[in-house]
Each structure stands twice: as structure tokens, then as C-alpha cells.
Design a protein around this ligand. Structure first.
Ligand code: PEP
Ligand code: MN
Length: 285
């Protein structure tokens, strides 16, 4: 394995704790549970998610506005109007928001309206994008490439660090294999390995790994038991009506129940699910 220099874990290293905003972190004792739709669709949708996820269910919201779709004819995301929705919701409910950046020219606008920039699987080795994200200081969630080795994943993260941004959160989201029953294969060995090799926080996205909502809760539990620092889970007020990835979206009720069911597992592995981050009621008009 080629050596990562900046993100490699030294013997006495503790994990790096990364701040998403003034109250939410990744990599400490507190787990980071991120929930939200695949795509931002409307202000009403994001408001429903912010208000109906029980207090303490999520510490951050997700939602794509620039969408990497397989078909050029599929919904491509709301773009800048979606960013405005994310910005409004994050201020109104005091919750950090995470959204995908697909191109260098989007970085400035996304940085202004979101707390965390996500690099999707399809861009994990877009080295120019990684270098450009090294120039900012906002946290970056780097998702594992569809067919990336652990080494390639680590070195992609090293690009961001080498170009100046140490605020990197890794996300295992499943890798391609031969079985079409699941969308991808969730690689929990990678989670264990990444925690040993690097000092970075590691999230797990069981939604894109499984591709089927009924598989998500137990994979989420396994991820926390395996030492993940948190989860990224797709959920929607009316899952069947999601404009993208409807089959894997959880209802908000199921999302609340899932996080409740994680509490004993979190305790067993010495982690905490914060009780109350953000606000269930709007803090701003
Ligand atoms: C996403 O999280 O919205 C997404 C597109 O996931 P991935 O890049 O892992 O496919
Ligand atoms: Mn999705």
C-alpha cells in the first residue's frame, strides 16, 4: 500500500474530530446521524423533514441539488434554487446541511449555502475536484468510489489533505459486485480498516449500499457495531414519491424508529447519540 502521509493514523493518534458547525461534530464520542432525501425537491419537503424527524434523530440534514444521474434525461437536481432551500432550512432549524458538489465551478456557491460538501462516488477520483476542495476549509464528505479499493479511497482523501484541507469525513456506501439483489455490497471490513489506517471519521451510507429500504435498519445497526462514526440515510416524507432513489428511502416514522433502535448499540460500543441538536420548531421566521 502506498503511504498516505497526512491522513494516516499514527500509533498514538486519537481520531480527528471535525466540526460541521458550532454544535455538531464527526469523529468524537457522539455519533453523527445524517438524514434527508436523495434530492431536494421543495421547501415544503425539507421543512417536513426538519420538523418531523424527532428531536435527537438527526444531527445534520442531507439533500442533493446537483445530482449525478445515470441518465441525462433523469431529474438533474434543483441547482441554485435547491441551495437556497438548504440554506433556509439550516438557518431556520439550526442544523448543518450536506450536499453534493459535482464540479469545481459549484464550490463557491455550495460553500456559501451549505455546511459540508459531499464528493459522490462517481467523482471520488476526480483529482482536479479533490485538489480544489483542498483549497477550502469547510468539511468534505468523500464517498467511496463505486469500484474503488480501500487504497484508492485513502489516497483520494489524501489529495484533499495534501492540498490544504484537513477536514475530511470518509463515507462507505457499498461497492459493485455481481449480485443484483442489493444495489451494492456494503463493505464493513472497509469501515474497520479505514478506522485503523486513518485518523478520519468514517460514516456509513446503508441506503445506497442496499438500495432497498427494508435492508437499511439492520445494516445501520451493523455499521455502528463495527465502529462507524455515524450514518447517512435517505428518508422522505412520502418515500414512494421521491424523485430519485425512491426504493431505498425510509419514511420519517421509520427513520425516527431506526435511530431509537440504535441507542443500545451505540451505548454498547461506547458512543452517544446526541439528544437534541438543532430545533424541532423553527428558530427563525
Ligand atoms: C448521494 O449520496 O446522493 C449519492 C448520489 O450517493 P453516491 O455518490 O454514493 O452514489
Ligand atoms: Mn440517492
Amino acid at each position: 500500500m502506498q503511504d498516505a502521509k497526512l491522513i494516516a493514523k499514527a500509533h498514538d493518534d486519537h481520531g480527528t474530530v471535525i466540526a460541521l458547525n458550532d454544535r455538531v461534530t464527526a469523529g468524537g464520542d457522539e455519533l453523527l446521524i445524517v438524514g434527508g432525501p436523495c434530492s431536494v425537491e421543495s421547501l415544503e419537503q425539507m421543512e417536513a423533514i426538519a420538523t418531523r424527524l424527532g428531536a435527537g434523530t438527526v444531527q445534520a440534514l442531507r439533500g442533493g441539488v446537483y445530482k449525478p444521474r445515470t441518465s441525462p434525461y433523469a431529474f438533474q437536481g434543483l441547482g441554485e434554487s435547491g441551495l437556497a432551500i438548504l440554506d433556509r432550512v439550516r438557518r431556520r432549524y439550526h442544523l448543518p446541511v450536506i450536499t453534493e458538489v459535482m464540479a469545481i465551478h459549484q464550490i463557491e456557491a455550495i460553500s456559501a449555502h451549505a455546511d459540508v460538501l459531499q464528493v459522490g462516488s462517481r467523482n471520488m477520483q476526480n483529482f482536479d475536484l479533490l485538489k480544489a476542495l483542498g483549497e477550502i476549509d469547510q468539511p468534505v464528505v468523500l464517498k467511496r468510489g463505486l469500484a474503488a479499493t480501500i487504497q484508492e479511497f485513502v489516497m483520494a482523501a489524501e489529495y484533499i489533505a495534501a492540498h490544504g484541507n484537513p477536514n475530511i469525513i470518509l463515507c462507505e456506501r457499498g461497492i459493485r459486485s455481481f449480485d443484483s439483489y442489493t444495489r451494492n455490497v456494503l463493505d464493513l471490513a472497509a469501515v474497520v480498516a479505514l478506522k485503523q489506517i486513518t485518523h478520519l471519521p468514517v460514516l456509513v451510507d446503508p441506503s445506497h449500499a442496499a438500495g432497498k429500504r427494508e435492508l437499511v435498519p439492520n445494516l445501520a445497526k451493523a455499521a455502528i457495531a463495527a465502529g462507524a462514526d455515524g450514518l447517512m440515510i435517505e428518508c422522505h416524507p412520502v418515500p414512494e414519491e421521491s424523485v430519485s432513489d425512491a426504493r431505498q428511502a425510509l419514511s420519517l416514522e421509520d427513520m425516527n424508529a431506526l435511530v431509537e433502535s440504535l441507542r443500545p448499540i451505540a451505548t454498547a460500543v461506547g458512543r452517544i447519540i446526541p439528544d437534541m441538536i438543532g430545533s424541532k420548531e423553527p428558530v427563525l421566521a
